[in-house]
Design a protein around this ligand. Structure first.
Ligand code: C5P
Length: 306
């Protein structure tokens, strides 16, 4: 049985965007190998745990609109963590959600990672970084990135291999959420498999040195791609309009994040972000906007202690 520090502990759970996302063929375990460039952004949920002594393990999660209080990444993380270290306590989870759900921004995974961080801190760090990463990968494929504590990383395998890159400190972003457009990740992977079966289409896999070198170039020269783009059919018209906006504005880069539905526009220059915001506000009945900064280590308030 592990000892712990009773009380309430809080952490920010930041979102990510995938600047690049290559998806390999379906593996025998049903997952796909990916190669991706993950960038953490300054959009976050606030996750808290209140841990109190109890004779047995009792985990509860306060109601969050749109989330099952019994089965979600935070409860799953808490259960796995408690089992791994032998924690017997009353654990009450709460989360102030700001990251849109099913948007490809990693909100659920980041919330799960925050619970693992918090409980490891509360219990005096009994698990090593590797052990925590292993637990995180069981909760979800994107969780290891959020546990790794890097703000930009080359991510591969199912998502469990995270290689930090040196972050840029000059990137600003607008995240665009088309209204009522949540996309299930499992559905998007299935659609991609079906498309590939029909068309035998395959994309080129870029390796870490290529992605790292491109990341350092001006964003207007980036040629990062996202393999999910052709399967997000119903949203195609919105994404095409956003692509045109990016092209006509210049000095910026736009991409769908993860398996959608969020579309993210990155620029070095805040003036460009301002111009984009004005133009995007014309679409506002269909879109929800978040103007944010890409995080870099010095700027990040993220807790990275494991
Ligand atoms: O790991 P996670 O629970 O986030 O994955 C959700 C679903 O997305 C999986 O059940 C799987 O269908 C798909 N997936 C995949 N390959 C990955 C990550 C996720 O096929 N690398």
């Amino acid at each position: 049985m592990v000892s712990f520090l009773p009380g309430t502990h809080t952490e920010r759970a930041y979102a990510k965007v995938n600047l690049h996302l290559h998806v390999g063929l379906r593996r025998s375990d049903g997952y796909h190998d990916i190669t991706s460039l993950f960038q953490m952004i300054d959009l976050y949920d606030t996750v808290a745990v209140d841990v109190q002594p109890a004779g047995h393990l009792h985990i509860t999660c306060d109601p969050i609109p749109g989330i099952d209080p019994q089965r979600n990444t935070m409860v799953d993380s808490a259960l796995r963590y408690a089992e791994a270290v032998g924690l017997t306590a009353s654990v009450r989870i709460s989360c102030e959600k700001r990251i849109p759900m099913q948007a490809g921004l990693g909100g659920g995974s980041s919330d799960g990672a925050a619970i693992l961080h918090l409980l490891n801190r509360v219990c005096g760090y009994p698990l090593t970084y590797e052990e925590l990463m292993h637990l995180g990968a069981q909760v979800g494929s994107d969780v290891p990135f959020f546990l790794a504590g890097s703000t930009v990383a080359f991510v591969h395998g199912r998502g469990e291999h995270v290689e930090p890159l040196f972050p840029r400190d000059d990137l600003h972003a607008i995240v665009v959420m088309p209204h009522g457009s949540a996309v299930s990740t499992a559905w998007a992977f299935g659609e991609l498999d079906a498309l590939r079966e029909r068309t035998h289409a395959a994309s080129k896999r870029l390796e870490k040195p290529d992605l790292a070198a491109m990341y350092r170039l001006p964003v207007s020269t980036w040629s990062f791609t996202n393999d999910f783009r052709p399967v997000l059919g119903e949203l195609e018209a919105v994404y095409d309009a956003l692509d045109r906006l990016v092209e006509e504005t210049g000095n910026c880069f736009g991409t769908v994040s993860g398996s959608g539905s969020a579309y993210c526009i990155i620029a070095e220059n805040l003036e460009i972000i301002g111009q984009l915001q004005v133009k995007l506000e014309l679409f506002l009945h269909e879109l929800c906007l978040y103007v944010i900064k890409c995080l870099h280590r010095e700027h990040s308030g993220a807790t990275v202690s494991l």
